[in-house]
Design a binder for this molecule. Structure first.
Ligand code: COA
Length: 322
C-alpha cells in the first residue's frame, strides 16, 4: 500500500476512555527508552481542561495519537504525546495527523497563533527547519534501585563539601505561593529561565499568570538554592510507573540556572526530598543548561550503583506560527 493511499484511509476523532488499550498498542516498550508516560497520562489528559487528544484510525484500528494543550492564555498550543503505530512509522501517517490537528486548531481556536513542542535529539541532529528553536536543554539520565539512591546522594554530598572552599548552598523547598511568585519574577525570567521559558517535564510554557494553573495541576516540588534572588530554581514531577521494568518509576527534574554549585545543590535536594516515597527501580532525568551538564555529569560519577541511562542528549524547545 502506498503512503498516499494509507493516509487517505485514515479517520480522525477525539480519543475516548475505551480507546485506552488500542492507544497502548501503538506505544512500544522501546519508545522513549522505556519511560513512556502514555499509560499514566492518557486518562488524565482526557479530563484536563484545555487539552484535546486526537487519534487517527485505519480500519477501526488506532494508528496514531497527538494531543494539544491550550496555554499562554489561549495564544499557544503545546503538542504532546505524538505516537504512530510501530509498523506504520515513516509512511506519512504522523505528518497527516499533525496537519489534521493544526487545521482543527486554526478553525476552532482562531486566537491561537503558535504551536510549541519539546523534542529530544542526540546531537549533532539538526533542528527541524519548519520550527524556530526557542531553547535547548541538556539531559542527564540515571537509573538505579531505589535503595541505592540514599547512598548516592550521601556520596555526592560529601564530595561537593570537600571540593568547595565555601559551604555549599542549603536549598529550600518552596511553597506553591513562593514558587509562583519566583517563577514570574523578573529576576528568574531574565537570569534563569532558558529564553524566558518554563520547562516542566517536556511542557514548555511562557512565564505568565495564565500558566500557573497548568503548573498547579502537575503536583510539582519546587526547590531553589535560596528563597530570594536564587541562582538555581528547580521543579520535579511526582514519580510515575513506566514500562522499563515491572517496578520502574520515572521522574524528571528541570533545573534552571548556570551556577554549577547551585545546580548541583538543588539536584541533590530534589533527590533527597523524594527519598521517602521511592521504591522499586528508578529511571530519572535531569534537564539543565548545556553549560552545566559536564560538571553535573562529573559529580554523578559514583560508587553507589547508580548508572548513567543514556548518553548526552538535548531537549529542543521548538515553536512555529500557526
Ligand atoms: C515520532 C513518531 C510519532 C513519528 O512518526 P512517523 O510516522 O515515523 O513520522 P514521520 O517520520 O513520517 O514524520 C512525520 C512528522 O513528524 C515529525 N516528527 C518526527 N519525530 C518527531 C518527534 N519526536 N516529535 C515531534 N515531531 C516529530 C516529523 O518532523 C514530520 O513532520 P513534517 O511532516 O512536518 O516533516 C514515531 O516515530 C513514534 O511514534 N515514535 C515513538 C514515540 C515518540 O518518540 N514520540 C515523540 C516524542 S513524544
Amino acid at each position: 500500500m502506498s503512503a498516499v493511499q494509507e493516509v487517505c484511509d485514515v479517520v480522525y476523532s477525539f480519543a475516548e476512555e475505551q480507546d485506552f488499550q488500542q492507544v497502548l498498542n501503538i506505544c512500544s516498550d522501546e519508545d522513549l527508552y522505556g519511560v513512556d508516560y502514555m499509560a499514566v497520562t492518557f486518562h488524565r489528559w482526557l479530563q484536563e481542561p484545555g487539552r484535546l487528544v486526537f487519534i487517527a484510525r485505519m480500519n477501526n484500528r488506532v494508528v496514531a495519537l497527538e494531543s494539544t494543550l491550550l496555554v499562554d492564555g489561549g495564544q499557544t498550543v503545546v503538542l504532546q504525546g505524538f505516537r504512530v503505530a510501530p509498523d506504520l512509522r515513516g509512511h506519512g501517517v504522523g505528518g497527516a495527523l499533525q496537519r489534521h490537528v493544526t487545521d482543527y486548531i486554526r478553525c476552532h481556536y482562531p486566537q491561537v497563533s503558535a504551536v510549541r513542542l519539546s523534542r529530544g535529539v542526540k546531537p549533532p541532529a539538526q533542528s527541524p527547519t519548519n520550527y524556530r528553536l526557542i531553547a535547548k536543554e541538556a539531559m542527564l539520565s540515571l537509573r538505579c534501585e531505589a535503595a541505592d539512591l540514599g547512598p548516592f546522594v550521601a556520596e555526592l554530598r560529601s564530595r561537593l563539601a570537600c571540593q568547595s572552599d565555601c559551604p555549599p548552598p542549603s536549598p529550600v523547598i518552596l511553597t506553591q505561593q513562593q514558587a509562583e511568585t519566583l517563577i514570574l519574577s523578573d529576576h528568574v525570567i531574565t537570569n534563569l529561565l532558558p529564553n524566558k521559558t518554563i520547562i516542566n517535564d517536556w511542557e514548555p510554557l511562557k512565564p505568565m499568570e495564565a500558566n500557573l494553573e497548568v503548573l498547579r495541576r502537575r503536583g510539582l516540588t519546587w526547590i531553589a538554592d535560596r528563597e530570594f534572588k536564587p541562582t538555581a530554581i528547580s521543579l520535579c514531577i511526582t514519580p510515575y510507573a513506566v514500562p522499563y521494568r515491572h517496578d520502574a518509576l520515572h521522574f524528571n527534574i528541570n533545573i534552571f540556572g548556570c551556577s554549577l554549585a547551585s545546580v548541583c545543590a538543588v539536584f541533590l535536594a530534589q533527590l533527597e526530598a523524594l527519598l521517602p516515597s521511592l521504591q522499586g527501580y528508578l529511571v530519572f532525568y535531569t534537564s539543565v543548561n548545556p553549560a552545566v551538564w559536564p560538571g553535573l555529569h562529573r559529580l554523578c560519577q559514583n560508587s553507589s550503583y547508580v548508572s548513567f541511562h543514556l548518553d548526552y542528549y538535548e531537549e529542543l524547545i521548538l515553536e512555529r506560527d500557526l
